[in-house]
Design a binder for this molecule. Sequence first.
Ligand SMILES: [Zn+2]
Ligand SMILES: [Zn+2]
Length: 380
Amino acid sequence: MVEYRDKIPAARGKVEYIYEEGRGISARISHPEPTFHALYQVALSIDGTRLLCTVPVGGLGQTVVAPHPSVPAFVQSDVQGMWGRNCPACEKYFRSEQIVGDTTCPYCSVVAPDLAFVSNDQKRYLTACYDAFANAHMKKQTTSVDIADITDEKSAWHYSEEKQQLVFKCQNTRCSCRTDVLGEYAFCPRCGRSNARERFFEAAQAELVRLEQIRKSVTDRHEREVVWEQMTTGAVSRLEALAKHLRKILVLFPMTANRRKQLQQLNFQKVIESNTLLQQWFDIGFFEWPGDDEAPKRQIATDDREFIRRMVQKRHILIHNGGIVDEEYLRLAGDTSVRLDERIRIKSNEAKRLLTLVSEMAINLLDNVERGFKSGEAKS
Ligand SMILES: [Zn+2]
Ligand SMILES: [Zn+2]
């Protein structure tokens, strides 16, 4: 199995520039099955200095339409059928099947034309193609670029892609693009959809299963309470991570520099406060989804919001004050069941209720950010 940061070799393949007297130069691709995966064509300017466009692959019997004049160069996938990409905005590296058409950066969600994402290694490889073409042209003889013959990692003729941490397949059935990224949450480079919808709820579901298992299998009360505390702190951390990921979409909206700074500094651990600001700024939040054609309106009830407020404050003193009630907790949590300096306890049904509510908040925020902003008239 290929692990994080392993080098993934490029697929074996050969690009030949065939010189024929009187007919000029044509490109031919050959590859030994089954290691070859995929390849796409890039049209280079005739002087080799610019990438003109990605040429869509023609099927059998179809003519490939490339700009004229241009030099055909090719980028082969790695053996997993993906290509390394570098975001033109945040410069971060990822691998993906997405190569033609507008591309979304999985990390910062910036959208740019496909060629803007061509990685530096691939640029060197394209240059090698151009050199082979130029040689064929000047020497009037057939030349080739054969990756299989190249073993020197430093050579411009060789390129290999670096394995990232998470390979995900977009769950949008019209897309299904595979991408490999660092971290956990990412946007699909082809359709822009976040993978958080699946990943967040998988993790949340696993926590609920674990909760029931602990209830049954752990008899020591203290031991159980430690787990309920971990679940409380963990649930809010996961919500925070999701909100930070979705914020990447929001910060790209037109807004003043000052508002953008405030948004970037927004602390999502403070669920209630950040919800208020999101509502003021964007008319969205954790507690409500106004509904659309796909999903009807949802709302988190007032008593559940109060419960969330209390649990978030409990989490705060668990992390910052060893779980001991302080003045701030008494002021903010609205909890009349405890006294100053008392050690708080979290019950299993509280942990369970919080886990369920955090999932509801997560789906509300996801829908609000991904589907809530539409151009057009407001519905009356
Ligand atoms: Zn980016
Ligand atoms: Zn997608």
